[in-house]
Design a protein around this ligand. Structure first.
Ligand SMILES: [Zn+2]
Length: 388
């Protein structure tokens, strides 16, 4: 709704009469995320008083609305593309849906998530990964009440050089230690312990950013987030791959009028790639690398891509040594580590009767594929077929 003086018959005419320099200032302030009331206040101060300003708060709102309308008509609006994606059974990125948002406010995200939930017949996702943004986080908490909300690790890690600039340049080994602490700790206990040692070593106790990311560690550190299934997602490549997904079809200057057509073309191309993989899985046999019956079984059950991951785990299991450290109530507990390496140690529990096994690396819970540590224990326990 626009409001303008009665003697003016057209909002465009009214806005055009306003001084050009003021409009530029409004554009700059608005692009920096400042709202109409604060913009009006800045204009007032900058003009030396309310009588000189020429723009009321309502004029600012009108001006921004008209500008937005014009941009939409011209199809060159800088809309933000939000999308929901996952992997298919070939571990290819697939798109469940996407939306064009005008802004990144909590209100817009709540609308987006509620609309998404409606489209999914009210079935909420189990896990959702977003960047570390307050508006999105609040919206997720409001709409998806029981979801595991994770933050994209890549978005957090890429801020390290920015927030720890001095340490980063003074201590060449810091980058390595930070990386190890996040990616090579198996359990949450290991992570906490390594993190504490790192903080002490570099005297980072007062670093606010580190305090903040540590306080939300359950949402992004692998040793914590691996407790819930998310098809192996959380890593950097996954969030970046959407740029590749749309490459050649969409870019930031695609007019709105062409967007839907290009979007459909992107999906068609993706469906074709999935069909190609289905045909390949059905019509060819992968090369086996071991004589274990479970490898052949897996080659018949899994898609080619998933089989390759399983096969790597099976072959990789041969480099581990498992030592039984406990046997109680028909459950064996093994400590397992690489040959010639004392650390890291993994712990596998194996139930003699049901043949169920669990590993401290939690690869099965996180990715849905048995890890090399469990496979090593299976062989040791004479389990040569995949458990049903
Ligand atoms: Zn494992």
């Amino acid at each position: 709704m626009y409001y303008f003086p009665e003697e003016v018959h057209n909002i465009f005419e009214y806005i055009e009469r306003k001084p050009q320099c003021k409009k530029k200032l409004i554009d700059v302030l608005h692009d920096s995320g400042i709202g109409p009331s604060k913009i009006a206040s800045v204009l007032c101060t900058e003009s030396g008083g309310v009588e000189n300003v020429g723009f009321s708060q309502q004029d600012v709102i009108n001006y921004l609305s008209v500008k937005r309308q014009k941009q939409l008509e011209n199809g060159d609006a800088h809309l933000m593309l939000s999308y929901f994606k996952n992997f298919n059974h070939h571990q290819q990125s697939i798109l469940f849906g996407c939306a064009l948002l005008w802004d990144e406010t909590e209100e817009s995200f709540v609308w987006l998530l509620r609309t998404w939930l409606e489209a999914m017949d009210g079935v909420s996702p189990k896990t959702i990964i977003t960047d570390q943004d307050t508006s999105i986080s609040n919206a997720v908490a409001k709409v998806f009440l029981e979801v595991n909300h994770h933050y994209c690790m890549w978005h957090i890690e890429k801020k390290v050089p920015e927030y720890l600039n001095q340490i980063y340049h003074q201590h060449s080994e810091f980058k390595n230690q930070f990386h190890k602490c996040i990616h090579q700790t198996i359990t949450s206990y290991d992570f906490d312990s390594d993190w504490g040692a790192m903080i002490d070593k570099y005297e980072l106790q007062d670093n606010k950013w580190l305090k903040k990311i540590y306080s939300i560690r359950e949402k992004w550190v692998p040793s914590y987030v691996r407790q819930s299934f998310c098809a192996g997602m959380s890593t950097t490549q996954r969030s970046e791959s959407m740029n590749k997904f749309f490459k050649g079809f969409l870019n930031s200057s695609t007019p709105l009028s062409k967007f839907v057509i290009q979007y459909e073309k992107t999906l068609d191309t993706r469906y074709n790639k999935e069909r190609e993989k289905n045909v390949k899985t059905r019509n060819s046999k992968p090369l086996l690398r071991t004589l274990y019956p479970m490898e052949e079984e897996a080659s018949k059950i899994y898609t080619r891509k998933v089989f390759r991951i399983f096969q790597d785990e099976l072959v990789g299991s041969q480099i581990f040594i498992a030592e039984k450290v406990k046997f109680f109530d028909e459950v064996s507990t093994y400590k397992i580590h690489e040959i010639y390496k004392e650390k890291p140690n993994y712990h596998v529990t194996f139930q003699i009767i049901s043949k169920e096994a669990k590993c401290s690396c939690r690869m099965f819970e996180f990715v849905g594929i048995l890890c090399r540590h469990v496979l090593n224990v299976f062989i040791k326990e004479n389990v040569y077929s995949l458990p049903s």
